[in-house]
Design a protein around this ligand. Structure first.
Ligand code: NDP
Length: 483
C-alpha cells in the first residue's frame, strides 16, 4: 500500500486529521494507495508557509523563476516512465496515452510558461507628449489551483506553472480520485530545489480542501477546472469576497458534419473526439450533427469503426480505451445510457459495461456507445455525460445545424467539418463556444485563449491570458511637462 503525503512548506507530512482515503486503480478496482484526508487546518498551514515564501518569491527575478520551472520540467522528464505508469494506474487511461499526451504535456506546461515569462512585460501607452502610461503586472500573492481527475497532471501543471512563473505562491489541490502524479510532482519539486512554501500540495476532498481554499480570506484568486455545479459552488463562496476566478467547466460539444466534408477524416476524428480518454475530456464531441444527405453513410461508417475499438487493461498497447475513472462514475455513465433509452434513443453500439477479463477483472469499463433518434432537448443531449457516449442527429440546413449546436447551456468547444471555406468561417463565428476547430479536433496551441462561454466557464487561460489572470494590473500615469 502506497501512502501519499501532503507537501507543505517543502516537507512531506501527514494530514492534521491523521485520516486517509482509499484510492483504487480503475483498471482492476483494487485499492493501492492512501490519500491524506486533509481539511481546513492543512490549508491554513499551507497558506502560512506560502505567504512567508511569497516575501522572496514574489520579488525574485524572472531569470530565477525561469530556471526553477525549467528544472521542474527536467525532473518530470527524468521520471517520465514512472509518471506515465502512475497516471495510467491511477486514472485507468491507456499507458500509451499517458506517454504520448499527459506526461509530455506536463513538462511542456512548465517549459512553455517559463519561457513565456521572459517575453511578458509592462505595456506602455503614450499620450502624445502629455503623459506616459505604463502598466505593471504584479503577482497576486498566494493563489489556489484546483484540478479534476480526467487529465490529472496535465491540468494541474497547466495552472501551477503560470501561477508560479508570474511570481505567485501556490496551494494546489488535485482531485482525490487521481492524486498520485501530483504527489510525485511534489517529490520532483523538492528535488529541483524550489524554495520551501512556494508550491504546496494539499490532498483531500473537494468539500473540505477545495472549499477551504475558496473561503480563505488571504487567497485572492482561484483557478478551477472541473464540473459546472462545483464551479457554481466556488463562485458562490468566492465572488462576495471579490476573488479573481478562472472557471473552466463542463461541455456538451457539437461536431457538425456537412455533406461536403472529407468523410474519411470526419469519421476518423469523430472516433477520437467521442472515445479518446474514454470520452472523459471536456472537449470531447458528444453531439454529432450530420447533414441528412450523408447521415446514413456517416452513421454506418462511424458505428463500424466504434465496434472495432478495443477496450481493455490500460497497460495493453493494443487498447484504444481503458477504464473509466471510478465505480461511481461508471455507474453514472450507465445510468445516463438507460435514461437515453427511456428518452427514445436507439443504441447503435455499446450501451453497456464491458468486461475485458484477465488482469482487467474487477475494473470499470464501458463499451464505446453511439445513440441516435433523440430530440435535441432531451437530457441526454443537454447534460454532460463525460464518458464514451455520443449521440447522432441529422440536420437539413446550416441554420438548423447552428440552432441545434447552440441549444445547450454549455459553450466550450465545437468542430465544423466542411470543404466550403465560406461556410467554415461563417459557422465557426456563429457557434457559441470558446473554441472552434475546422476540419480537425483537439489541435492545441498553448498560446491561444482557452475557456468556455455560457455555463462552460468564466475567463480564459493559455499564453499571456494565464499571466493576465495570475497578476494584477497597475497603471502608472506620468505627466510630462514641456514636451
Ligand atoms: P469536479 O467539479 O467534481 O471536481 C474538480 C475539482 O474540484 C476536484 O479536485 C474536486 O475535489 C474539487 N471540488 C469538489 N467540490 C469542491 C468545492 N466545493 N470547492 C472547491 N473544490 C471542490 O469535477 P471532476 O473532477 O468530476 O472533473 C470532471 C469535470 O471537469 C467535467 O465536468 C469536465 O467537463 C470538467 N473539465 C473541464 C475542463 C475545461 O477546461 N473546461 C477540462 C477538464 C475537465 P474532489 O475530487 O474531492 O471532488
Amino acid at each position: 500500500m502506497i501512502r501519499l503525503h501532503n507537501f507543505i512548506n517543502g516537507r512531506f507530512q501527514a494530514p492534521a486529521s491523521g485520516q486517509y482515503l482509499p484510492n483504487d486503480s480503475p483498471a482492476n478496482g483494487q485499492v493501492y494507495s492512501e490519500v491524506p484526508d486533509s481539511d481546513q487546518r492543512d490549508v491554513e498551514e499551507a497558506y502560512q508557509a506560502a505567504a512567508r515564501a511569497f516575501q522572496d518569491w514574489g520579488r525574485s527575478s524572472k531569470q530565477f523563476r525561469y530556471e526553477m520551472l525549467m528544472r521542474i520540467a527536467d525532473g518530470i522528464e527524468r521520471r517520465f516512465d514512472e509518471l506515465a505508469e502512475a497516471e495510467s494506474k491511477d486514472n485507468g487511461k491507456p499507458l500509451w496515452l499517458t506517454r504520448e499526451v499527459d506526461i509530455p504535456r506536463a513538462s511542456a506546461n512548465f517549459r512553455f510558461f517559463a519561457t513565456a515569462l521572459l517575453h511578458f512585460d509592462a505595456q506602455v501607452h503614450s499620450m502624445e507628449g502629455q503623459a506616459l502610461n505604463y502598466t505593471l503586472r504584479h503577482p497576486l500573492g498566494v493563489v489556489g489551483c484546483i484540478s479534476p481527475w480526467n487529465l490529472p497532471l496535465y491540468l494541474f501543471t497547466w495552472k501551477i506553472a503560470p501561477a508560479l512563473a508570474a511570481g505567485n505562491c501556490v496551494i494546489g489541490k488535485p482531485s482525490e480520485v487521481t492524486p498520485y502524479t501530483a504527489y510525485l510532482l511534489s517529490e520532483i519539486v523538492a528535488e529541483a530545489g524550489l524554495p520551501a512554501g512556494v508550491l504546496n500540495i494539499v490532498h483531500g476532498l473537494g468539500g473540505k480542501v477545495g472549499q477551504a481554499l475558496s473561503e480563505h480570506p488571504g487567497i485572492p484568486a482561484i483557478s478551477f477546472t472541473g464540473g459546472t455545479a462545483t464551479g457554481a459552488q466556488i463562485a458562490r463562496t468566492a465572488a462576495p469576497m471579490f476573488k479573481k476566478l478562472s472557471l473552466e467547466l463542463g461541455g456538451k460539444n457539437p461536431n457538425i458534419i456537412f455533406a461536403d466534408a472529407n468523410l474519411d477524416e470526419a469519421v476518423r476524428m469523430s472516433v477520437r473526439s467521442s472515445f479518446l480518454n474514454q470520452g472523459q475530456i471536456c472537449l470531447c464531441g458528444s453531439r454529432i450533427l450530420v447533414e441528412r444527405s450523408v447521415y446514413n453513410e456517416f452513421r454506418d461508417r462511424l458505428v463500424a469503426e466504434a465496434k472495432k475499438i478495443k477496450v481493455g487493461h490500460p497497460s495493453n498497447p493494443e487498447v484504444f480505451m481503458g477504464a473509466v475513472v471510478s465505480k461511481p462514475h461508471m455507474e453514472k455513465i450507465l445510468a445516463k445510457i438507460e435514461t437515453a433509452k427511456q428518452e427514445g434513443g436507439i443504441v447503435l453500439c455499446g450501451g453497456e459495461r464491458a468486461y475485458p477479463g484477465g488482469e482487467a477483472e474487477g475494473g470499470y469499463y464501458v463499451a464505446p456507445t453511439l445513440i441516435e433518434n433523440l430530440s435535441m432537448d432531451c437530457s441526454t443531449n443537454q447534460e454532460e455525460i463525460f464518458g464514451p457516449v455520443a449521440t447522432l442527429t441529422p440536420f437539413d440546413t446550416e441554420e438548423e445545424a447552428l440552432a441545434l449546436a447552440n441549444s445547450t447551456r454549455y459553450g466550450l468547444a465545437g468542430s465544423v467539418w466542411t470543404e466550403n471555406i465560406h461556410r467554415a468561417h461563417r459557422v465557426a463565428a456563429r457557434l457559441h463556444s470558446g473554441f472552434v476547430w475546422v476540419n480537425t479536433w483537439n489541435l492545441r496551441d498553448l498560446r491561444t485563449p482557452f475557456g468556455g462561454m455560457k455555463d462552460s466557464g468564466v475567463g480564459r487561460e493559455g499564453g499571456f491570458k494565464s499571466f493576465d489572470f495570475f497578476t494584477e494590473a497597475q497603471n502608472v500615469c506620468v505627466k510630462i511637462e514641456g514636451y
